[in-house]
Design a protein around this ligand. Structure first.
Ligand SMILES: CSC[C@H]1O[C@@H](n2cnc3c(O)ncnc32)[C@H](O)[C@@H]1O
Ligand SMILES: [Zn+2]
Length: 429
């Protein structure tokens, strides 16, 4: 199958590449040519006039089924929100609920220009099946919590997920191991996970230093900061680690992260809404640590539109440093594409528009009052574009949305399913 996108403004996101008008030829799942006035025959031609083509956005931290819990419990502190509301609701979710909740997130992500995501949750088989059907790219992790028991059953599930799904769905699915957070994983559990991850060459996806309360708790329990705790348990020695949040890091913590494989998934909207604080993104980048962008689950962030994260990320750093030159448009856009791709360990495949890479591309319709005139493409993308401006979403060479119509998801059926399921789950909580 060959698809030709004609006369489109192309932003490759490679280093300092400037936008240019041209054509993109997709053959199978890959970008075959990028140039001007390509004359190749194609099975499908997309007229890109008035549109910007850029790499699909990559959501580096999600809990997709939590879309079913969006708006159910807002304006609470993280631990009250998690323990009194989310955990009881999650205990009532059936595998079918998880499947439909994940699909709901995927519909919203495709409609707002996200092509890949990192997910940590329960009932991961159902999420993997939804990813396979829908056509997105995903890094899937069974979240591991060791509070009341040794978590043996969950670890077995985590390994079954790896065994069954790693590299599946035409290579769109990869897997990680997911110790949930320093406060839910004791040292012996972390050590076991590190040893398995090293043996199987698996990356790790975890939460780190999201709140001040977490720092106090870990300090009291282990006499270390959460970052130091993970460092001392060997997480940053050899493994590729995706650290969600990482809000409360001191100078010493940042030194522990220096040179790590992987990096930090910044979730500014969730951090703002839960009043957690501001991740020291500028400092992390200055120390050479990769920073990507994510939304966290819709249960906390409410929105999973990555364009909102892009705005929040740059504005928060500018405000924090009292300096508008910090985290400029081009840099924050690269965080949401190349940066997140590196965190998912798929930067050799996606994150930039390059010949030979997988064709994960979004087209943004600029023929709108709030997107004209176009003085600077990167500024418009970072500061003006919303998810609803995305016209076409392509993953692995396959069109998943065209003219804002989802191709692989039946929206009517989806809305019917999620309405009654969401209501049943939260009843009485
Ligand atoms: C065991 S699966 C993952 C687990 O994480 C919970 N979760 C969602 N958002 C957050 C967050 O911001 N901090 C900590 N934990 C979070 C989710 O409810 C699942 O139980
Ligand atoms: Zn999270």
């Amino acid at each position: 199958m060959k698809t030709l996108i004609k006369n489109v403004t192309i932003l490759t996101m490679i280093d300092d590449d400037q936008p240019f008008t041209g054509d993109i030829l997709i053959e199978g799942d890959k970008i075959k040519k990028l140039g001007t006035q390509l004359t190749d025959e194609a099975d499908e031609v997309i007229q890109g006039q008035g549109m910007i083509a850029m790499p699909g956005l990559i959501n580096a931290h999600q809990h997709t089924p939590m879309s079913l819990l969006k708006g159910f419990s807002d304006d609470l502190k993280l631990m009250d929100w998690l323990e009194k509301k989310m955990l009881p609701a999650e205990a009532r979710m059936t595998p079918e609920d998880i499947y439909w909740g994940a699909k709901l997130s995927m519909a919203e992500m495709i409609k707002s220009g996200t092509t890949a995501f990192a997910d940590m949750y329960i009932h991961m088989n159902e999420i993997a099946s939804a990813v396979q059907e829908v056509g997105m790219r995903a890094s899937l992790t069974r979240g591991l919590v060791f509070l009341q028991d040794d978590g043996g059953k969950r670890l077995t599930e985590a390994l079954e997920l790896v065994e069954r799904w790693n590299g599946k769905a035409e290579g769109r699915i990869s897997t990680m191991l997911g110790p949930h957070a320093p406060y839910t994983c004791p040292p012996e559990a972390l050590r076991e996970i590190v040893s398995i991850a090293e043996e199987l060459n698996l990356p790790i996806h975890t939460h780190l230093a999201e709140t001040k309360e977490e720092v106090i708790k870990i300090q009291e329990k282990y006499n270390q900061t959460p970052t130091e705790y993970l460092y001392n348990e060997g997480l940053f020695e050899r493994l590729h680690v995706l650290l969600a949040h990482s809000v409360h890091l001191n100078r010493r913590d940042i030194r522990f992260l220096k040179g790590m494989r992987g990096g930090v998934a910044h979730n500014p909207v969730s951090n703002l809404k839960l009043g957690c604080g501001i991740t020291p993104v500028f400092e992390l980048i200055n120390q050479g640590i990769t920073v990507g962008l994510g939304t966290d689950g819709a249960g906390s962030a409410t929105t999973i539109d990555m364009f909102e994260e892009i705005k929040a990320a740059t504005w928060l750093q500018k405000l924090d440093y009292g300096n508008p030159t910090v985290l400029p448009a081009g840099q924050v856009l690269r965080m949401a594409t190349k940066g997140s791709a590196k965190l998912l360990n798929i930067d050799h495949e996606v994150g930039t528009l390059e010949v030979g890479k997988r064709a994960d591309i979004i087209l943004i319709d600029m023929n709108k009052p709030h997107l004209q005139p176009i003085h600077n493409v990167e500024s418009l993308l970072a500061y003006s574009v919303n998810g609803a401006d995305v016209d076409t979403t392509i993953v692995n060479g396959k069109v998943l949305m065209k003219n804002r119509k989802l191709i692989t998801i039946d929206e009517d059926e989806l809305l019917k399913q999620v309405t009654f399921r969401a209501k049943r789950i939260v009843e009485g909580i």
